[in-house]
Design a protein around this ligand. Structure first.
Ligand SMILES: CC(C)(COP(=O)(O)OP(=O)(O)OC[C@H]1O[C@@H](n2cnc3c(N)ncnc32)[C@H](O)[C@@H]1OP(=O)(O)O)[C@@H](O)C(=O)NCCC(=O)NCCS
Length: 163
């Protein structure tokens, strides 16, 4: 992601369908978004990506929590085609495991986010547990589902089969 992507990414992030899936659900202001980008782009633990394939667009990030383990997050722009989530996930994970040589990528989804949960399973993540009533969205407590994918599992599922 580059500075010139800022306005597109803010538009995608502020879509009601995306906001409702995030832990921070308020409409993000331009100054807040720019401050986030300045912080994140100076942080060597973070990688921010724009996904673009066959007219579908999206954003993903990898945020290292130590030398070899990262958390990730992602969302699609309006009008993304069916299957775009899978392609965004595969591209981001390929970078994580093959370019950065990470050992593990971890993800979290709100328990009612069935699309993200299905996508994590489809990509090969294992469900590692749940954090019950862990997040308070201002009105209610929400449960988070935790996922993890190890580098070896990535190679076995997505690379080994093509060799
Ligand atoms: C999560 C997100 C990227 C998934 O994108 P997507 O376009 O559904 O992804 P795909 O079309 O590749 O679908 C992946 C799988 O999800 C499942 N799925 C798709 N649409 C679904 C729906 N409406 N309900 C439940 N599961 C669904 C299917 O199992 C599908 O695989 P299949 O088609 O091979 O069976 C997208 O919905 C999004 O941007 N959501 C808002 C942001 C978000 O939730 N980010 C993640 C936060 S943890």
């Amino acid at each position: 992601m580059r500075r010139e992507d800022l306005s597109s990414v803010l538009e995608w992030r502020n879509r009601p369908e995306v906001r409702s899936c995030m832990l921070t659900q308020h409409e993000i202001r331009w100054d807040e978004h720019c401050a986030w980008f300045e912080r994140a782009s100076r942080d060597p633990r973070k990688r921010l990506f724009i996904f673009e394939q066959e007219g579908s667009l999206g954003f993903a990030h990898l945020s290292c929590i130590n030398a070899t383990v990262a958390e990730w997050g992602f969302y699609l722009a309006a009008g993304a085609k069916k299957g775009a989530g899978t392609l965004l996930g595969l591209a981001t994970l390929r970078y994580a495991f093959e370019e950065l040589a990470l050992h593990k990528v971890a993800g979290q989804a709100l328990a009612d986010n069935s699309r993200s949960i299905a996508l994590h399973h489809k990509l090969g993540f294992r469900r590692e547990g749940e954090l019950r009533d862990h997040h308070f969205d201002g009105e209610q407590h929400c449960t988070l589902i935790c996922f993890g994918l190890l580098q070896q599992e990535w190679y076995e599922k997505w690379v080994g089969q093509n060799e």
